[in-house]
Design a protein around this ligand. Structure first.
Ligand code: CIR
Length: 253
C-alpha cells in the first residue's frame, strides 16, 4: 500500500517535560529537533507529502502525534488519549484530518492511544493497555466494524503500547518482541523476533518499500535484512528517553 501523506509535529522546547518512565536521562532539545528533522526528511525522500503541525508548548508530548488518531481509506478516528495530560493534542490532528476523511471520535469514558492500534490489511489489533481502556477499545472496534474492518483485542503488559512490541512490515511479515511471539493471533505471520536486549527495535515502520528502524540494534537490523527488506536507521535517542519510538512520530496514510 503506497503511503502518500503523513502528519508530523515538531517537538516544542519543553519536550523534556513530557511523560516518561525511562531512566535514560533528560533529552537534549536541539538534538531532538535535529533527529525529528532527519525523520521528516527520510519520509519526504520516500515520496510522502508531509503535513507539518506547528509545535505547541502546552503539550510537551505532542510530537508523538500517532497517539492522537488513526486513519484508513474510509475514515479517521480521533482518539481520546489515555493520559489526561495529553488530552487536547488531538484537536489539531482532527482539524487537519477532517479535510481528508469522515471523522469519528472516541468518547468519554473511553480512552485510546494510537500506539495501541495496529492495522494489518483489513484487521485491526487493539491493545488494551494502561492508556487504552476496554471502553475505548469497544468504541473503536464498533467504529471500525461499521467501516468494514475486523478488530480484536490484545492485552498489553510490561510495555507502554501494543506497537512498542509488535509492528507489521510487508509481505506477511511482522516484527515482534520475543516474549510476545507466541501470541496466537499472530500465528499465521512470518516473524522477525527481537531479542530482549534490543526490544526498542520492535518499533519499526514500513514506508513505500523501506523499513525505518532505530539506530543501534545490529542483531535486529541483520534479521530484517535476512527477510529481504531494505532498511534505514534513524537516530531516535532523544525520543527513546521520552518513551517514544519510530512509529509514534507520524500518522501515515
Ligand atoms: C507518552 O508517554 O505518552 C509519551 N511520552 C510517549 C508516547 C509514545 N507514543 C507511542 O509509542 N505511540
Amino acid at each position: 500500500m503506497k503511503l502518500s501523506k503523513t502528519i508530523v509535529r515538531v517537538p516544542p522546547e519543553n519536550f523534556s517535560q513530557g511523560i516518561t518512565t525511562s531512566n535514560l536521562g533528560k533529552p537534549d532539545y536541539d538534538l531532538a529537533f535535529k533527529q525529528h528533522r532527519a525523520y521528516c526528511e527520510t519520509l519526504k525522500n520516500l515520496g510522502v507529502n508531509l503535513i507539518m503541525l506547528e509545535k505547541d508548548p502546552e503539550f510537551p508530548d505532542s510530537s508523538f502525534v500517532e497517539d492522537t488518531a488513526l486513519v484508513n481509506e474510509r475514515c479517521a478516528v480521533i482518539t481520546r488519549p489515555g493520559d489526561p495530560r495529553r488530552r487536547g493534542e488531538e484537536r489539531k490532528t482532527e482539524k487537519v484530518l477532517s479535510k481528508f476523511r469522515d471523522i469519528k471520535r472516541i468518547k468519554k469514558p473511553g480512552t485510546v492511544d494510537g500506539g495501541d492500534v495496529l492495522r494489518i490489511h483489513n484487521e485491526y489489533y487493539i491493545g488494551l493497555s494502561q492508556r487504552t481502556n476496554r471502553e475505548g477499545g469497544k468504541q473503536l472496534s464498533r467504529i471500525l466494524k461499521k467501516y468494514g474492518y475486523d478488530a480484536e483485542f490484545i492485552p498489553v503488559k510490561n510495555m507502554l503500547h501494543l506497537k512498542s512490541g509488535v509492528n507489521y512490515l510487508d509481505r506477511g511479515v511482522i516484527i515482534i518482541r520475543e516474549e510476545m511471539s507466541d501470541l496466537t493471533c499472530f500465528k499465521n505471520f512470518h516473524k522477525i523476533t527481537v531479542n530482549p536486549q534490543e526490544s526498542y527495535a520492535a518499533n519499526c515502520i514500513f514506508v513505500n518499500g523501506l523499513v525505518l528502524m532505530p539506530a543501534g540494534f545490529p542483531e535486529t537490523s541483520k534479521k530484517i535484512k535476512s527477510f529481504g527488506f531494505n532498511s534505514t536507521v534513524l537516530q531516535m535517542s532523544e525520543f527513546e528517553k521520552m518513551d517514544g519510538g519510530v512509529s509514534c512520530l507520524s500518522i501515515r496514510f
